[in-house]
Design a protein around this ligand. Sequence first.
Ligand SMILES: Cc1ncc(COP(=O)(O)O)c(C=O)c1O
Length: 278
Amino acid sequence: MTDIVKYPIDALRARFPALKRTYKDRTVAYFDSPGGAQMPREVIDAMMRCMEAGRANIHCHFPSSDETMKKLENGRKAIAALFNARPNEVSYGANATTIMFQVARALMHEWNAGDEIVLTEMEHHSNLDSWRTAAEEKGVTAKYIPVDPSTLTLEMGKLPCLLSPKTRLLAIGLASNVTGTINDVKEASRQAHAVGAIVAADAVHAIPHFFVDREELGIDLLFASSYKFFGPHMGMAVIRKEILEHLRVCKVAPASTRRSGWKRVRKTSRRSPPSRRR
Ligand SMILES: Cc1ncc(COP(=O)(O)O)c(C=O)c1O
């Protein structure tokens, strides 16, 4: 009780400009919402500073390019620290869903018809559809850990029967955004790794509420969205280095360091487009 009294709630509230709004002369209250968390002054100011300083492409020879690169690197360091991972394992994306789809589409190149993946009935659509569409394309079977409707928890006792040496991936949420149920990802990872499967965890709902230690939980692919924890609207993936190194991703880096091949484009563009050729 003493701790609750000491909690500096007024000082914390004061850092969120959105909480100063009023409606019909009363201060507003925001409930936990899929629209994302409100932003503290520090984040708003940092974003403003970034835009006011002028932006530039990375990998160019402008001071603003170096500054942009530094910001991206600092962001990777902060995200890595948040999840107990390494900065070079962090990728940015438009949101968690988009980056999950991209990783799933890359990973599916390593799957063969007859392989299996294990999902759960509790997942947000992003952590289902990304893997399911990839599985369908490759003739891979998706199996599901069921939800016990009386407790709103996963029937984890069924997991050993769903896993086999054919299992390539287990995708599981750390916490449900619907029921708040926290899943035993550590035990699920242990069992999945024992059959040689990769473990993907959706940390979108979990990370605003508790610390997610990627190492402790044995997660190989971890996904989150910063707009759920006071940041801008973007997603992030933390992909274990050993997997990232051989993943045929279409795009998880902001820009290529290779030349774009503009000379080739210029040369071919002198020809008429195919429709106008005789
Ligand atoms: C548990 C969970 N997973 C995934 C998502 C999708 O996140 P994003 O909006 O970043 O694609 C959400 C969004 O509400 C979520 O609650």
